[in-house]
Design a protein around this ligand. Structure first.
Ligand code: NCD
Length: 306
């Protein structure tokens, strides 16, 4: 199934058609993955994974996806081990890596770095997180998880906590979900971490009903409560982070009698108590597994192999 783009840099590219096509291929990947086999789809391809910002799940699930498709892999992990440390520009790095590989995946601390990279890449490029801006492959796996759990992406009330100002996963998922019918969002945060007014305007322009609250309990009666840690590394003033770090902690007690689906892109830091993990509506570890499937699908599609 051909995709209408060569590079994936933002969640706004994930139209309903693209999402449905990726899901169809991810379902096929699920069959292969759960049978314990590997697909040979990309056996003649080399994938470059460039991770210049800390990552566990995204990097490891991309690695698992590369191996699940039998592709070769090049890995650059950590800015201190790369020419970024010597002052090389993003564009030069990508121009070079594109000569060694058939597809590039990059995580980078700078917002906007993905667009810079895509603008010079002559092989398909995937944004695996560019600073506080976007994380579109996380949105794909979040949407895939929601579809599996709820059966539909329409008619949902989703609460997002705790740091809508800095969280690229919240921003990307909210933008991707906003195209579906009858969507309602509640952003929960301290006043100083409210979602940017630009994003709220974009969501409202897509006919989403948007509310804001400082109270985590308003998220308990929604269809989905999407938690994400305070983005410590993106605070200009660390004291501000310390001030809020314990403000929102979801516990099993709060969820008693509630069936809201609890999601989290992880890592979990303070925002969800471990006693939530065993509840049937806590799906964050399954969410992480779904990342392998959608990333396999996306890479195979961008390389014209699925
Ligand atoms: C997220 C990220 O990197 O933005 N992690 C991930 O990719 N699963 C969320 C986070 O770091 O809080």
């Amino acid at each position: 199934m051909p995709l209408p783009f060569e590079h994936l840099t933002s969640a706004q590219q994930l139209s309903k058609e693209v999402v449905a096509d990726v899901f169809a291929v991810a379902d096929e990947m699920e069959k292969i993955w759960s049978s314990g086999k590997r697909s040979k789809l990309l056996e003649d391809k080399i994938i470059a994974l460039l991770f210049y910002e800390p990552s566990s799940r995204t990097m490891l699930s991309f690695q698992a996806a590369v191996q699940g498709l039998s592709a070769g892999m090049e890995l650059a992990h950590g800015r201190q081990n790369s020419s970024m440390e010597k002052g090389e520009s993003i564009e030069d790095t990508i121009r070079m890596v594109a000569r060694y590989s058939d597809l590039i995946v990059m995580r980078h601390p700078e917002a906007g770095s993905a667009d810079k990279a895509a603008s010079v890449s002559h092989v398909p490029f995937i944004n695996a997180g560019d600073g506080g801006n976007q994380h579109p492959t996380q949105s794909l796996l979040d949407l895939y998880t929601i579809k599996k759990e709820k059966g539909s992406l329409d008619g949902l009330h989703v609460a997002f906590a705790c740091d809508p100002l800095h969280s690229r996963t919240i921003r990307s998922l909210a933008l991707a979900l906003s195209q579906y019918n009858d969507i309602r969002f509640t952003f929960i945060s301290p006043d100083s971490l409210r979602a940017s007014s630009d994003m709220i305007t974009e969501l409202k322009n897509n006919s989403v009903s948007v509310e804001e609250s400082t109270d985590l309990s308003v998220g308990l009666d929604t269809d989905i409560l999407y938690m994400n840690r305070l983005q410590e590394e993106r605070f200009e003033d660390h004291k501000e982070f310390e001030k809020y770090r314990d403000q929102y902690v979801l516990t099993a007690d709060m969820l008693k009698g509630k069936d809201t689906l609890v999601m989290d892109p992880l890592p979990r830091v303070d925002e969800i108590a471990t006693d939530v993990d065993d509840l049937p509506n806590a799906v964050y570890f399954d969410q992480a597994r779904n990342g392998v499937l959608v990333r396999m699908a996306l890479m195979a599609m961008l390389l014209g192999k699925a």
